[in-house]
Design a protein around this ligand. Structure first.
Ligand code: AMP
Length: 411
C-alpha cells in the first residue's frame, strides 16, 4: 500500500467523523511531546501547542483522554531526566484543563487512574520508552497499553515512521483513528507530493547526499524541478568535474550523483545546481567570504563553499515562480553561521511571498529546515511546515509509514 493516496485520506476523514461520538469513552491519545528542555524548563512548546487542541476537543466532547508519549531515548529503562512529569503543567496550560500525571504507562496505577476518570478528564502517562516493549513493538506491551481503552487516536505523525507498540501495534487492538494534527499533516503532505498541482518544485539541501539519496531518487519521478543546495550540492559539482577546493563533499558518492543527473534527464526533471557560491577559508561566524561564479572563477585549495550565491537563488526563484507546489527539506548552505545563511533566508522569503501572492502550495519539513525557516522569519508563512524530522524524510522517500499504515488498515 502506498500511503496517503486521496482515497486513503478520505477514509481517514470518515474515521475521524466517528470521533465525534466519544462521550464517556476512554481514549488512548498517542502524541509527540518531545519538546526541547534546558535546566528542567521547556524551551519551545510548539509540539505541545499543536497537539493540545485535539486533546481539548475530545475532553470537551466528554471523552476520558489518556495522553501517551515518549521522551528522548531512555532505551527501556526508567531515566528520571527523561520523565514526562515536567511536561504535565505545560500540557494543562495548553489544553485548558487539569492534567493528572501518572507515574507509569501500564499496570495497576494506570488502571486505577483510568477507573477513577470522569468525563472530560485528562491524564498523562509516563514516558512509553521506559519500557523496552515500546521500541520493540512488543505485542504484550501493546496489550497492556490497551487495557481499559475504548479507542486509539494517533496524533504523532513525527513518530509514525516507527513500528513501535504505541504507534503500530496497539492500533490493531482497538478501533483506531487519526488525530486532527495527524490528519492535517497527511492532507498537507498528500497535496504536496501524492496529488499535487503541477509543476512541482523541490528544494533539497543539507550536508550529505548519502543521507538523502533515497529522497532524491524518489523525487525525480515526482517533481518537475529539483533545486539542490547545501553541502550535497558540492558533491554534485565535484561529480561534474568542478574544483570544489576544501568544501564538504562525499567524493565516493560522485557516481551516485551522476546517476541521479542522468535519471533526472530521463524523467524530464530539471536539476538546478549552484551557478555561483560564497566561499570562505574558515567555517565560522563572520568569516571573510568571497563570491565566485562556477565555471569562471577558480577556488583556492583551502576555499570551502559554504553557501549558494544570489544568481543561484534567482534561478531557483524563477523556478518557484513557475511552480504551483513546493516541497522543501534542508538548507541551501551552512545557515547557522552568518553570512552563509543568505541563500536559505532569501529563498525562504521569496517562497513565502509566492505562497501569499501566487498561491504556491509550499510544504516544508525536517528539524534543520524548520529552524532555517524560523530564522528567516517565515515559519508561519508557508502552507504547511512539518516539525517531523525522520518521518518527514521517510515520507519524502515514498515509504509507507507503519503508524499511518496501521490507521489505514482499520478500514
Ligand atoms: P541535514 O541535516 O542533512 O539537513 O544538513 C544540515 C546541515 O548541513 C546544517 O548544519 C548546515 O550547516 C550544513 N551545511 C549546509 N551546507 C553546507 C556547506 N556548504 N558546507 C558545510 N555544511 C553545510
Amino acid at each position: 500500500m502506498t500511503f496517503t493516496s486521496m482515497n486513503d485520506l478520505s477514509s481517514l476523514a470518515i474515521a475521524n467523523a466517528d470521533l465525534a461520538d466519544v462521550k464517556g469513552k476512554v481514549i488512548f491519545f498517542r502524541t509527540d511531546l518531545n519538546v526541547p528542555m534546558a535546566d528542567g524548563k521547556i524551551t519551545d512548546t510548539t509540539r505541545i501547542d499543536r497537539t493540545a487542541p485535539g486533546i481539548a476537543d475530545l475532553a470537551q466532547k466528554g471523552a476520558k483522554v489518556v495522553v501517551a508519549a515518549h521522551y528522548g531515548r531512555p532505551k527501556g529503562a526508567r531515566v528520571d531526566a527523561m520523565s514526562l512529569r515536567p511536561i504535565a503543567p505545560a500540557l494543562a496550560d495548553a489544553v485548558g484543563r487539569e492534567v493528572t500525571f501518572i507515574d507509569d504507562c501500564i499496570g495497576s496505577d494506570v488502571a486505577t487512574a483510568i477507573n477513577a476518570m470522569a468525563e472530560g478528564d485528562v491524564i498523562l502517562l509516563e514516558n512509553l520508552r521506559f519500557h523496552a516493549g515500546e521500541e520493540k513493538g512488543d505485542a504484550n506491551f501493546a496489550q497492556a497499553l490497551a487495557e481499559g481503552i475504548d479507542l486509539y487516536v494517533n496524533d504523532a505523525f513525527s513518530a509514525s515512521h516507527r513500528a513501535h507498540a504505541s504507534i503500530a501495534i496497539i492500533a490493531g487492538l482497538v478501533p483506531a483513528y487519526a488525530g486532527p494534527l495527524m490528519a492535517a499533516e497527511l492532507s498537507a503532505l498528500a497535496a504536496a507530493l501524492e496529488t499535487p498541482q503541477k509543476p512541482v518544485a523541490a528544494v533539497v539541501g543539507g550536508a550529505k547526499v548519502s543521507t538523502k539519496l533515497a529522497v532524491l531518487e524518489h523525487l525525480l519521478d515526482k517533481v518537475d524541478v529539483l533545486i539542490i543546495g547545501g553541502g550535497m550540492a558540492n558533491t554534485f559539482l565535484y561529480a561534474q568535474g568542478v574544483d570544489i577546493g576544501a568544501s564538504l563533499a562525499e567524493p565516493d558518492m560522485a557516481d551516485q550523483a551522476r546517476k541521479i543527473m542522468a535519471s533526472a534527464d530521463q524523467h524530464n526533471c530539471r536539476i538546478i545546481l549552484p551557478v555561483d557560491v560564497a566561499v570562505a577559508k574558515e567555517f565560522k561566524e563572520g568569516a571573510a567570504s568571497r563570491h565566485l561564479t562556477i565555471g569562471e572563477d577558480a577556488l583556492d585549495a583551502d576555499d570551502m563553499i559554504l553557501d549558494a550565491g544570489p544568481e543561484t537563488v534567482a534561478l531557483a526563484v524563477d523556478a518557484l515562480n513557475a511552480a504551483k507546489t513546493l516541497v522543501w527539506n534542508g538548507p541551501m548552505g551552512a545557515f547557522e553561521i552568518k553570512p552563509f545563511d543568505a541563500a536559505t533566508v532569501d529563498l525562504a522569503r521569496q517562497a513565502a511571498i509566492l505562497t501569499r501572492m501566487n498561491g504556491l502550495i509550499s510544504v516544508a519539513g525536517g528539524g534543520d529546515t524548520v529552524a532555517a525557516l524560523a530564522a528567516a522569519g517565515v515559519g508561519n508563512k508557508f502552507h504547511y511546515v512539518s516539525t517531523a524530522g525522520g518521518a518527514f524524510l521517510e515520507w519524502m522517500e515514498g515509504k509507507t509509514l507503519p503508524g499511518v499504515a496501521a490507521l489505514l488498515g482499520q478500514e
